[in-house]
Ligand binder design. Structure first.
Ligand code: AMP
Ligand code: ZN
Length: 467
């Protein structure tokens, strides 16, 4: 079945075929590890994960690189302000390498909680300085870059066309609010490839231009090229990357290799909060831990992301996220019911569901439509292990960990015992200690009426929600 993806580069949905027959080579812009990743960031990684899982579902092998930006991402994407890592280090009174190690570990812990597969190659910027330096030197030799007192800049006038990815009109932008003040630059849109380090900067390396460090854009270009070659299949990121970061990645690669590095550029829309932008700089961010405190599991957040197509905005409110948590529980219950069912389903019915599911995911990764099919199966009046097996197959794309549904349901039964019930349990324990068997039995019956089954064990008793 043909796969079609929306390509930001051509602004159309195109048929996807990898350059190599069986392997998809993909690059995803990863986190800048100066702080906790928020749920907006995780919308981008959930999209990335679903995309790679959908490609695997179609029989492709993956060679997927995700970078960790641990140096060179300045406060503004347009090369202004301080390095985010150094700023965080000063604030937390630590070394930037400690900051990077700490937030990288938490990032991967959260990725696991969301059941996001780890890309085959994780590339840290600070471990690829040599490749970045070679890239910049190559651009200088070819006449695409020049030196100023701040660093080495890419000369966009040397390209036939800039920008190619975004529709932005450069002249209109100059007339607008953001006028660049660096008079040494030939064009305000020339961007930093390599930045000369001030004395106080900790992360810096020897280079032909003295102690310095890479710009953010060159990191992705150099690491992508190292692992995936001059031309690969897919490049992903959030929509905020289109006008600057990805535009500049393309410019750099065109300068050095004459090629656009990726054939497909896929971008995920933003998660909004209460109808507005969610970002670290606005201070209205939520982490997975904050959601968990309010009773929303990481996987419920993933299911929440599945309610909108990746190219549409998604508005987060606790109210809707809480209802998705309930939906996740219903999904698990539905799966377990099917697992225990013994009705016989015609192969044609299974095949129809499979076709519909494939059509949905291969139509520009239409996960809301794919979830519609999942719910149809869960609610099917027939109950069959064949349906449960089918759901598990689909879960290879969704990554909702349905295989452990029973365990999740048992765990919630244990933790969700209301106070009133807890009190009755304590009274019954007391009654038993006092050998008041009549009261103990009465309380057991009351608990049963309220839907809680009591089992006496040699260590005491257990209480489980039955209804
Ligand atoms: P950063 O760590 O800031 O470089 O961002 C990591 C990823 O999260 C990038 O792909 C961003 O485009 C993406 N991102 C940032 N904020 C949001 C948001 N509110 N919704 C969706 N994606 C976002
Ligand atoms: Zn990047």
């Amino acid at each position: 079945m043909a796969i079609r993806f929306y390509n930001t580069l051509t602004r159309t949905k195109e048929e996807f075929k990898p350059v190599e027959e069986n392997v998809v080579r993909m690059y995803s812009c990863g986190p800048t590890v100066y702080s906790f990743a928020h749920i907006g960031n995780f919308r981008a990684y959930i999209f990335m994960d679903t995309l790679r899982r959908a490609l695997k579902y179609n029989g492709y092998e993956l060679k997927h690189v995700m970078n960790i930006t641990d140096v060179g991402h300045l406060e503004s994407d347009a090369d202004e302000g301080e390095d985010k890592m150094e700023k965080a280090a000063k604030k937390e009174n630590k070394n930037p390498y400690e900051i990077a190690a700490y937030y990288t570990e938490i990032f991967f812990r959260d990725m696991e909680r969301l059941n996001i597969e780890k890309p085959e190659i994780i590339a840290k910027a600070t471990e690829h300085i040599k490749e970045m330096l070679e890239f910049v030197q190559g651009l200088v030799e070819k006449g695409y870059a020049y030196e100023t007192s701040r660093g080495i800049y890419f000369d966009i006038s040397k390209l036939d066309k800039y920008p190619v990815l975004s529709n932005r009109k450069l002249d209109e932008q100059i007339a607008g609010a953001r006028v660049d003040v660096d008079e040494e630059k030939k064009s305000p849109y020339d961007f930093a490839l390599w930045i000369k380090a001030p004395e106080s900067h900790i992360m810096k390396w020897e280079s032909p231009w003295g102690l310095s460090y890479p710009g953010w854009h060159i990191e992705c270009s150099a690491m992508g090229r190292k692992y995936l070659g001059d031309e690969f299949d897919i490049h992903t990121g959030g929509i905020d990357h289109i006008p600057t970061h990805h535009e500049n990645e393309i410019a750099q690669s065109k300068g050095l290799t004459g090629k656009t590095p990726a054939k497909f550029w896929m971008h995920v829309e933003f998660l909004q909060v209460d109808g507005g932008k969610m970002s670290k700089s606005l201070g209205n961010i939520y982490t997975l831990d904050e959601l968990q405190e309010k009773g929303i599991e990481p996987l419920a957040y993933k299911l929440f992301c599945f309610t909108a197509h990746y190219r549409t905005k998604l508005n987060f409110t606790f109210e809707t996220a809480l209802s998705t948590q309930k939906a996740l529980m219903r999904l698990r219950e539905g799966f377990v019911k099917q697992l225990e069912g013994s009705q016989k389903i015609e192969p044609q019915e299974i095949e129809n569901y499979e076709t519909k599911f494939s059509e949905a995911i291969n139509d520009d990764l239409n996960i809301p439509a794919a979830m519609g099919i999942v719910w149809e199966i869960v609610r099917n009046s027939k109950q069959s292990k064949q349906f449960a097996d089918l759901l598990l197959k689909f879960d290879k794309v969704l990554g909702l960990d349905l295989v452990n549904s029973k365990k999740y349901l048992e765990d919630t039964k244990k933790i969700e015992i209301p106070e009133e019930i807890q009190k009755l349990v304590e009274e019954r324990i007391k009654a038993r200690q006092e050998k008041n068997w009549t009261l103990s039995d009465e309380i057991r019956d009351t608990l049963k009426e309220k839907g809680y089954a009591v089992k006496d064990t040699k260590d005491g008793m257990t209480v489980e929600f039955e209804k």
